[in-house]
Design a protein around this ligand. Structure first.
Ligand code: PEP
Ligand code: MN
Length: 342
């Protein structure tokens, strides 16, 4: 933390700030310039923050040096990136995750046939929602427990780790029993109780960026999970709201390199919910993979026309192998290969 004193600060006011910093065990390093004095406070940031130096006599402003998201930040990691082993698949570093499956678990046949299709084409994880956040309270909101049971069956059949959403802490225990990765949906990114509870389960989490959230807010949300001792957080860019109405959301591709600069956590991109349209999913996926994303989470359905939810954006099962091969090539441009089973 840097404390910038006003040009008019007196020697007594400067000394009072130095004394207060040292009174909480931090070290104070004043730099006295011709115009003003700047004091570096080295030590426990929380203690220094609690001193309430803003507004103290002679103080102009406080400038934090360390990011507020301590655990998610790259600052103290010396360039080292997180690489996770999730259900035997590596994610992060040079390991690319291709997470694919239907928007929603609908039937046993739909679930297992999609799981077979994506496994065959090289996907590294299977996705599917048993609990669905829906804009309308009258829309289908998922099969719940039965959906979790089908996900377990798909996992046993294919060996693919499973990603599924938890919306409510009351369902967390049941979800955590099946999920290899618990998805926190965009609408719940700032549900801090849920974030902390997911952190406590120790199950890896895929944290989606809120519809109108900044990258700093996303990283602060990740911090809630990390703070509980759960190191396995995947950040997910899934499109944000902008003034553009020609497509559903704007996929923020710039977030990929910027998040990777700010954080050591893997960055996953969801082109399906950003686009809302099947024909945009492939170009967005290729761009994201080539831009250095650590993975893609994409919706696939054997017959999208019959899907209960998000039919227009789900890739056709019959197109998935071609799509996966192209994504693999784009990921290779960024030096990544599909996270093989270990
Ligand atoms: C989903 O992945 O099924 C979903 C609803 O995504 P989001 O929370 O990003 O809208
Ligand atoms: Mn969906």
């Amino acid at each position: 933390m840097m404390i910038v004193m006003k040009p008019t600060a007196t020697e007594a006011e400067i000394q009072a700030v130095l004394d207060r910093i040292e009174s909480v065990g931090a070290k104070a390093h004043p730099s006295r310039g011709d115009e003003l004095t700047v004091i570096g406070a080295i030590g426990d940031l929380e203690h220094v923050q609690r001193l309430g130096l803003e507004g103290a006599p002679g103080v102009d402003k406080l400038v934090p040096i360390l990011k507020p998201y301590k655990l998610a930040s790259t600052q103290l990691r010396h360039g080292e990136r997180s690489v996770f082993d999730i259900g035997g698949r590596k994610v992060g570093g040079e390991h690319f995750a291709l997470i694919a499956g239907p928007c929603t678990i609908e039937t046993r046949d739909q679930t297992l046939s999609t799981a077979d299709i994506v496994k065959e084409a090289g996907a590294t994880m299977f996705r599917g929602g048993a609990y669905k956040p829906r804009t309308s309270p009258y829309a289908f909101s998922g099969l719940g427990q039965e959906g979790l049971r089908l996900l377990r069956e798909a996992k046993e059949r294919t060996g693919l780790p499973v990603v599924t959403e938890c919306m409510d802490v009351r369902d967390l225990e049941a979800v955590a029993e099946v999920a290899d990765v618990i998805q926190i949906g965009a609408r719940n990114m700032q549900n801090y109780t849920l974030l902390s509870e997911v952190g406590r389960t120790g199950v890896p989490a895929l944290l989606k960026r809120g519809l109108s959230s900044t990258l700093e807010e996303l990283l602060m949300a990740a911090e809630y999970i990390l703070k509980e001792g759960n190191e396995h957080v995947l950040l997910c860019e899934r499109g944000i709201r902008t003034f553009e109405t020609a497509y559903r959301f704007t996929l923020d591709l710039t977030a990929i390199p910027v998040l990777k600069e700010l954080s050591h956590l893997p960055v996953i991109v969801d082109p399906s919910h950003a686009a809302g349209r099947r024909d945009l999913v492939e170009p967005l996926s290729l761009a994201a993979a080539a831009a250095g994303a650590d993975g893609i989470i994409v919706e696939v359905h054997p017959q999208p026309e019959e899907a209960i939810c998000d039919g227009p954006q789900q890739l056709r099962g019959s197109d998935f192998a071609d799509y996966a091969a192209k994504v693999e090539q784009a990921a290779a441009l960024a030096g990544k290969t599909l996270g093989a089973a270990v």
